[in-house]
Design a protein around this ligand. Sequence first.
Ligand code: TRP
Length: 367
Amino acid sequence: MSSKTTILTGLRVNNDLHIGNYLGALLPMIDLAKEHADDYQINLFVPDLHSFTTPIDHSRLQDAIFDTVSNYIALGLPIDHENVHVYRQSFIPAHSELALILSNFTGFGEMFRMTQFKEKGRSIVAQHQNTNIEPSDTHEVEDQSDTTIRKTEENGSVGLFNYPILMAADILLYNARYVPVGDDQTQHLEFTRDIAERINNKFEQELFVLPESVKHQHEFFGKDQGLRVRDLADPTKKMSKSDDTGKGVIFLSDNPEVARKKIMSATTDSYEDVQYDFDKRPGVSNLLDLYTLFGGSQHEFLGQVQYGPLKSAVADKIAAFLGEHQQMRSTVKQATVESHLQHSEQLMNQIANRHLYDVQRAIGLRR
Ligand code: TRP
C-alpha cells in the first residue's frame, strides 16, 4: 500500500457548509479521489488540532467533524475504496511529535514572514515589534488571565504562528507528493519543501520525500483556481459563512424552498439583458456560473431581456440538488463514519509511527 504515491490534503471542518464550499472544495476533492484512487494512496484528514488557531466554539467541534465527513460521504466520496483514508489528525499523535521536532529546525523569521500569520495576527506583530517581551510576575498573570485570553484570541496565538509547522508535519509524515490546496496555502507548501530539504541535507539521508513544487502540483491537478461563487445578496463579495444575514448564502442544510427564495431575490443589475461579464455584472454572471456548475447550459439565457427565467432555472437546479443531497445525507449513519475513521486511523498510526521512528533515530532520540 505505502509503495503508492500519496496525495494528501486537509478537509477543513466547517459546520455551516454552503454551496461555495461544495463547488470550490468538496466537489473537487471528491472528484480527485474518484479519479485517482486506483493508482494513488489518497489521504484526506481532518486537521482538528488546527481548529484552535483562531477562536472557535469548542463545544461544537465534534459535531462539526462528523457533519463535514458525513457531507463528503453523502456527496459521493469513495470512502470504501481501499486506497482512500479519512482520519483525524489528533488521533495520530505522531503529527504532534513531528511538528515539535520540525519546530527546532525552523527559523523564527521564517515563520514571521508567513502572510497568513501576518494577516490574522497583524496587530500582535505591530504590538511586539517595538516592545521587549518580558515574562510577567506570577500574581500579575493571575490578575490578568481573562484579559490575556481575550487578547490572545484577538491578536493571534503561538498556535497560529506555528500553524505551518504542524501542516508540514501532516504532509511529511506520509511522504506525500501531491497536496491539493487553495492558493492561500502555497506559501505553507513551499515552507514544507524547504524544511524537508534542510533536514535531509543536515542528516545526509532522504528522511522526507519533498512534495512537488506548486507549479508541478498545478500541472498534475490541471488546476483552474477561477472558481469564485459569490454572495447572492451582495455579489461583489465571495459567498462566505461569515455573512451575518445568511440571505446571500445557500447552505447545504437549507430547506430547498428557502434556497429558492434566496435565489429569486438575488441582486442583479439594471442593464437591459442577460450577459456574462464577471467584473462589471457580478450578480447576473454569478447566476450564470451557478447554472453551469449545477449542470445547465447558460447559452439558453444569454441575450434574454428578463432575469426572472434565469433565476427560476437556477433555483430549480439548486433546489433539486439540495433535496437529493439532504436525502443522501440523512442515510449516512454516525456509527459508519466512526468506524471508517477508526479503521483509517489504525492504519495511519502504523505508517506514521514507522516514519517517526526513522526520524527519531536520525536525530539521536533513538539508538
Ligand atoms: N491549512 C489548510 C487550510 O487551511 C488545512 C491543512 C492543514 C492542510 N494541514 C494540511 C492542507 C496539510 C493540506 C495538507 O486549508
